[in-house]
Design a protein around this ligand. Sequence first.
Ligand SMILES: Nc1ncnc2c1ncn2[C@@H]1O[C@H](COP(=O)(O)OP(=O)(O)OP(=O)(O)O)[C@@H](O)[C@H]1O
Ligand SMILES: [Mg+2]
Length: 236
Amino acid sequence: MDFATQPVLKVDQATIFQGIDPILSNVSFSVEQHEFVFLIGKTGSGKSSLLKTLYADLPLRSGKVEIAGFDLNKIKNNEVPFLRRKLGIIFQDFQLFNDRSIAENLAFVMKATGWKDKGKIKERMAEVLLLVGLNNSSSKMPHQLSGGEQQRVVIARALLNEPSILLADEPTGNLDPDVADGIFKLFQEINKKGTAVLMATHNHDLLRKYPYRVLKCEAGKLLDSQTHDVSFGSPY
Ligand SMILES: Nc1ncnc2c1ncn2[C@@H]1O[C@H](COP(=O)(O)OP(=O)(O)OP(=O)(O)O)[C@@H](O)[C@H]1O
Ligand SMILES: [Mg+2]
């Protein structure tokens, strides 16, 4: 009998489109719950397009994708928010509301995703802020935090609903190398606690330093270091 767990993400023969243009074709790969995976490729090669397809921002027109228990071939528009609650989505630009405190930023997402009990909201908020090392910052405004601290808030926000997988699109792109390293370590900690991570990056120092699996967008295909010899080469 097979006791292996289901992968958290399974892509089978998918084509990734921007409008009518195919960007990546024949995309097939799976990510297991414990995995940390880098997504690399030159600028314009399709990393963000792939991630957007995975969180249902771009439609899946061809092939199969199952992610966090959702079948993207069958998902209806009104189910997309439920999918997104199971995914932690992190972008390069921080996207915090600048006119609200950190606590208000987090509470906004929690209310929008069905949290009602004030005590539980407070408790979960404190937990995620502690996890990212910002337990004393809930009353601060975003502009009172550094870029790296703001990115930690964004990560805390992505963790609120205990996602099965984090999809991160160049989360350290705007940060200085030391701060980026700290953010990266935070991702590793989150991964060790059982959340899969798929992280798009141009940071080839990270690739050299941490021998995780690599998916590479190249010439309209997705190469997988599990089955191909993927070279890091130049980051651009
Ligand atoms: N909104 C859009 N409408 C039409 N085409 C787009 C759109 N966004 C991206 N593209 C095109 O899709 C292709 C892949 O872009 P994508 O943003 O996925 O690349 P990327 O690998 O994330 O690049 P970068 O490293 O610069 O972020 C590019 O040719 C780009 O011009
Ligand atoms: Mg991109």
